[in-house]
Design a protein around this ligand. Structure first.
Ligand code: BTN
Length: 255
């Protein structure tokens, strides 16, 4: 039997939440992030779910592989009441919500971690990535799109086998996707609302991320400098040796 994602049930559950002005499930688009940015004039809060993408995008200009059935791909559009310098932490809020909602479904013996800034790792392999993009609307309000790709099942290309995987391949079961998406959305908007109120990062979030931090105590390399990773600080910056780094590509030293 061909395994599929139950998009009708995801749609109904999200419609019932009363969070979004618009819930869209689309058969094939270029990228749900691009689509979400294009509808930002019409809606303040929307979620765009793509069954397939022709130009799925990843961080730092990478391509996100979007042509296998078992990848859940969606983008959340929001207009948070935050200053521009506070927007980058939204990505890490999304990673925390993603981790927490997945942890509810994944048995405790499987190691589910967050790799800074916002990859979700299972058994040491990437199962999910987040691409957060922001623009300013015509009244100077931030428009943010948080795009998520989650590998549920299916076959990834052989060249990715070392670094990426699916939930099914790592655990031999499939999670309840409808419940997962609902949990993610509720937790994400709860955390965003708290962040808007506090106008600061809640230390509880930093503690959570550090407690499931994939790179902790590992030797990593950034900009040619190798050192031991000490987790993240109170702003979400990564701590590598004596360096504090706010953005960039951190390579794990696998030797
Ligand atoms: C990364 O790990 O580099 C981030 C990957 C983000 C992929 C998702 S799939 C849904 C949304 N639409 C896109 O084009 N990208 C994000």
């Amino acid at each position: 039997m061909k395994k599929t994602i139950n998009y009708n049930d995801i749609y109904s559950r999200l419609e019932n939440l009363d969070i979004f002005d618009s819930v869209k499930v689309l058969d094939i688009i270029d990228s749900s992030n691009t689509y979400a940015k294009n509808i930002a004039r019409e809606y303040d809060r929307a979620i765009v779910i793509a069954k397939a993408q022709t130009s799925g995008r990843g961080r730092v200009g990478r391509v996100w592989l979007s042509d296998f059935d078992g990848c859940l791909m969606f983008s959340v559009l929001l207009k948070p009441n935050l200053s521009l310098d506070m927007l980058s932490f939204l990505s890490q809020i999304a990673a925390k919500s993603l981790h927490q909602s997945l942890a509810h479904h994944i048995k405790k013996d499987a190691t589910l971690t967050i790799k800074w800034p916002n990859d979700i790792m299972l058994g040491g392999k990437k199962i999910s990535g987040i691409l957060t993009e922001s623009v300013i609307d015509n009244v100077n309000r931030p428009v943010v799109v948080v795009g998520i790709g989650l590998n549920l099942f299916g076959r990834l290309p052989d060249e990715l086998a070392e670094i990426a995987s699916t939930i099914e391949a790592e655990t031999s079961y499939r999670i309840d996707t409808v419940d997962f998406v609902e949990r993610f959305v509720l937790d994400f908007f709860r955390e965003v609302s708290l962040y808007e109120q506090l106008k600061a990062v809640d230390t509880r979030l930093i503690d959570y991320i550090n407690s499931v931090f994939y790179l902790a105590d590992k030797e990593v390399e950034v900009d040619g400098v190798r050192a031991i990773c000490r987790g993240i600080d109170f702003r979400g910056n990564i701590l590598i040796g004596d360096s504090v780094i706010s953005s960039g590509i951190v390579e794990e030293n696998r030797q």
